[in-house]
Design a protein around this ligand. Structure first.
Ligand code: G3P
Length: 217
């Protein structure tokens, strides 16, 4: 399973990239706003920090303007992945862009039928929003299961990028279902390494090691 981080905070991305565990980055207009930086500039910097796909979202709602925005975003770097919304115009743009060799992430997916359309449009990634689904009284993880089943039924190459993940259990369940990629905020990714018994065990070992009076170096 690939790990993307959902942020436009370059300090956080740099820190996670240094672990060697990061496969890509996702951004959206809200995260760009949060960064307080210029969109094209911050995307360019992020593209230099990771080798994998960096999702940068178009903001137009019509196909023609989406294509114009995508043209500008594609010039930033080879690893830019154009993020388009799951609308008819977004799907039309997805088809045109992937036919032209671009990476495309279709975002704001809330149903398996939407995911089916994205796969038919040749999307590189489909982004179902698990947390927002849960927030609205639906079952976000069941959505990932349905999409997995449908994509496997027809051997679609589109990768399931489970997005809007809020806590480590979301990540665990996505891994069990077989999502291809997860994207989560830096704090959630860091939480995956945490366990109270790991901390307690380390404290015990450190205390006993001190009693030996030895050093390794
Ligand atoms: O980038 C898309 C998605 O991950 C947003 O997450 O937490 O704003 O629902 P959230």
């Amino acid at each position: 399973m690939k790990f993307f981080v959902d942020t436009a905070d370059t300090a956080e991305i740099r820190e996670l990239a240094a672990t060697g565990l990061l496969d890509g980055v996702t951004t959206n207009p809200t995260l760009i706003h949060k960064s307080g930086r210029k969109f094209l500039e911050v995307v360019e910097e992020i593209c230099g920090l990771v080798d994998g796909p960096v999702s940068a979202e178009v903001v137009a709602l019509d196909h023609e303007t989406m294509m114009k925005e995508a043209e500008i975003l594609r010039k930033i770097a080879d690893n830019v992945c154009i993020k388009v919304p799951l609308t008819i115009d977004g799907l039309k743009s997805c088809k045109a862009l992937t036919d032209d060799g671009a990476l495309v992430n279709v975002t704001l997916c809330f149903s398996a039928n939407q995911a089916l359309l994205a796969a038919k449009a040749g999307a590189s990634f489909i982004s179902p929003f698990v947390g927002r689904h849960d927030d609205n009284g639906f079952d976000g993880l069941a959505l990932i299961e349905d999409i997995r089943l449908i994509y496997d039924n027809y051997q679609f190459d589109t990768e399931i990028l489970a997005a809007s993940l809020r806590h480590p259990i979301h990540v665990l369940e996505c891994a069990k279902i077989g999502a291809d990629v997860i994207t989560a905020p830096p704090a959630v990714i860091k939480m995956l390494s945490k366990h109270v018994l790991t901390d307690k065990g380390l404290e015990g070992f450190a205390a006993d090691w001190a009693k030996t009076g030895q050093t390794i170096l």
